[in-house]
Ligand binder design. Structure first.
Ligand code: PLP
Length: 360
């Protein structure tokens, strides 16, 4: 068996120890005689898996007791509609800060449910920087302010938490959840698809403050109503049981590594290896402003994009895959989530040096 270094933006690489444990437990989970996939979501076995996964989310993220942790479906793109359906009814309007493709999509989707104010946009910098909060035009009557904490495509990440006063801050954290400690109490709602840093696709994590629950628009489907799901412990409909199980194993793995502080140190060390080389090289460059560089998704360009194909082919031959940048940005992108070992980043930089020596 050979495992590649998978730099995919998502679904993404998972800790090998987690995959091994899942393989071991595939046919018979803890003497139950069943795979987790085959269990009733209402049976005691799965209920214990679900409860443990939720407890670990609370512990790792430090979720205060006045917040619900929901396991939903529909992904972050689903939440682009689910969030306004549940939250925008308060005043009929919301502020969106647009810092790249994902937050742009969020703002566009919300327009079907209320008035969307573009409070700030990084468009002038071609989404290579995050507009300073002093430049934001926030509406004090907004039902919430929406941000994307890490733009997976452009590789820009907030390294500060916006202050939105009494207006709840809502964050799409799909691609940096569990990568560093956060202060949940600064947010009204956090959502994230699982497939970047938590597990398989199909599971969406929602952490929502109690007072924001119970105000859904009448058109909101019951399976997407935070109140229905909170009251049913995320079991109003059949939850994505296997994805919750794998995410639970990933959470246990993160805890065993030392929790989110340890993840942050690991992620900072990995990203530094790559950014330091990009900065010293005259062959490669990072298009992103230093203070906004993502620790999770690192886009970079070669001196001549005619060499892109050769670069990707050479990387593939060395077992490094999924380095092609998103078509809207071009060039390369290395996604280096929690589960990417430091060896993967070192191997990438060694290859980049070799390629530069051949083509520079
Ligand atoms: C991947 C991603 C999405 C899309 O997630 P889906 O699961 O496809 O809905 C949305 N926002 C961000 C920040 C992402 O990284």
């Amino acid at each position: 068996m050979t495992r590649v270094f998978n730099f995919s933006p998502g679904p993404a690489t998972l800790p090998e120890a987690v995959l091994r444990q899942a393989a071991e437990e595939m046919l018979d989970w803890h003497g139950s005689g069943m795979s987790v996939m085959e269990m009733s979501h209402r049976g005691k076995e799965f209920i214990s898996i679900h409860a443990e996964a939720e407890a670990l989310v609370r512990e790792l993220l430090g979720v205060p007791s006045n917040y619900k942790v929901l396991f939903m479906q529909g992904g972050a793109i689903g939440e682009n509609a689910i969030v306004p359906m549940n939250l925008i009814g308060k005043t009929g309007k919301a502020d969106y800060v647009v810092t790249g493709d994902w937050s742009k999509k969020s703002a566009k989707e919300a327009k079907s449910y209320g008035k969307v104010n573009a409070a700030a946009s990084g468009e002038a910098s071609h989404f290579t920087a995050i507009p300073k909060q002093s430049e934001w035009k926030l509406d004090p009557e907004a039902s919430y302010v929406h941000i994307c904490s890490n733009e997976t495509i452009g590789g820009v990440q907030y390294h500060w938490t916006p202050d939105t006063g009494a207006v709840p801050l809502v964050a799409d954290m799909s691609s940096d959840i569990m990568s560093r400690p956060i202060d949940v109490s600064r947010y009204g709602l956090i959502y994230a698809g699982a497939q970047k840093n938590m597990g398989p696709s199909g599971l969406t994590l929602v952490v929502v403050r109690d007072d924001l629950i119970g105000h859904a628009l009448p058109i909101c489907p019951s399976a997407f109503n935070y109140q229905t799901q909170a009251e049913a412990d995320s079991m109003y409909n059949t939850p994505p049981t296997y994805a919750i199980y794998i995410a639970g194993l990933v959470f246990k793995y993160i805890k065993a590594q030392g929790g989110l502080k340890a993840m942050e140190a690991h992620n900072q060390a990995k990203a530094a290896i790559l950014y330091d080389y990009l900065d010293e090289s005259r062959f490669y460059r990072s298009p992103v402003a230093r203070e906004a560089r993502s620790l999770m998704n690192v886009p970079f360009k070669l001196k001549d994009d005619a060499l892109d194909e050769a670069f990707l082919k050479g990387a593939q031959a060395k077992g490094m895959i999924q380095l092609k940048g998103h078509r809207s940005v071009g060039g390369m992108r290395a996604s280096i989530y929690n589960a990417m070992p430091v060896e993967g980043v070192k191997a990438l930089v060694a290859y980049m040096k070799e390629f530069e020596a051949q083509h520079g």
